[in-house]
Design a binder for this molecule. Structure first.
Ligand code: MF3
Ligand code: CO
Ligand code: CO
Length: 274
């Protein structure tokens, strides 16, 4: 564990609040880490079925990362001891893998972050377990649209708040709640860096977007009220009103004329059904 603890320490020590601007080497590094992350999410699709224990999915993810020469960035991160987060139904984020099995009708977010050659590829997708009711599938679909509408705003000249504004407007139009307690974040050599990417914002606010900025966009959208509650394990965040919650996440880099999505699915498995 010592090595992982060092990574965690660096995360806090090297964070200085500035928004870093990266060059071609950074783009190349993030492309590789992001593509590994996305490939792992592709490979998980056939494994996310009724009866599978979430611990088995965590084991698969850890082995896939290690086999590719990467380390799960979550392992040892602030005391977290797993290789991914698995958030089922009313769990908003940071669900801890364990012995519990997935069941028919569940909606599940799996969030992975391989650290490959010093770069963090952070991405998550929703999976549908067996037969999922229309209402839940609708939430998943709209949450994916929220992410992509946010990404459309990610270009030089726009401000960070334009991303959250696009996400919030779409969620609101469907009477969904946008979670405020958790944000996207700068990403790169550090797992969680500046800026904070809020998913409900006013247009034209926040830092100006510039080529070379790397960050995640990872909206968490609730079928009901936006409010979150922490469970006593210190990690799991759930909806206060027990409504379903969905999330998708990409790591992106701002380019001269838009952005590059580092974590696009190599197999075209962007959203369910896969
Ligand atoms: N991958 C999550 C994110 O999108 C962070 C998980 S940290 C953990 O930022 F410790 F909970 F795994
Ligand atoms: Co993230
Ligand atoms: Co993530």
């Amino acid at each position: 564990m010592t090595d992982y603890q060092t990574i965690t320490a660096e995360d806090t020590v090297l964070r200085d609040g500035s928004i870093k601007l990266h060059g071609p080497d950074g783009f190349a590094g993030m492309r590789r880490a992001g593509q590994l992350a996305a490939q792992i999410l592709d490979d998980l699709a056939p494994l996310v079925v009724p009866g599978v224990a979430t611990r088995a999915l965590d084991d698969f993810i850890r082995q896939a990362m290690l086999a590719a020469g990467a380390v799960p960035a979550t392992l040892g991160y602030r005391g977290y001891t797993h290789s991914c987060c698995i958030s089922v139904n009313h769990v908003i984020c940071h669900g801890i893998p364990g012995e519990k099995s997935l069941k028919d009708g569940d909606i599940v977010n799996i969030d992975v972050t391989p650290l490959l050659d010093g770069w963090h590829g952070d991405t998550s997708r929703m999976y549908l377990v067996g037969d999922v009711p229309l209402k839940a599938r609708r939430l998943v679909e709209v949450t994916y649209e929220c992410l992509m509408l946010g990404i459309e705003q990610a270009r030089p000249g726009n401000r960070l708040g334009d991303i959250g504004a696009a996400i919030e407007a779409h969620a609101r139009a469907h009477r969904y709640g946008v979670v405020h307690e958790f944000c996207g974040h700068g990403v790169g050599r550090l797992f969680h860096d500046a800026p904070e990417v809020i998913h409900a914002a006013r247009p034209g606010t926040g830092p100006l977007l510039k080529p070379g900025m790397f960050f995640t966009i990872e909206p968490m959208i609730n079928a009901g009220r936006p409010n979150a509650k922490m469970l006593s394990d210190g990690w799991t965040a759930v909806t206060r009103d027990k409504s379903l919650s969905a999330q998708f996440e990409h790591s992106i880099g701002i380019t001269e004329d838009g952005c590059e999505i580092f974590t696009l699915s190599p197999g075209g498995l962007h959203k369910p059904p896969y």
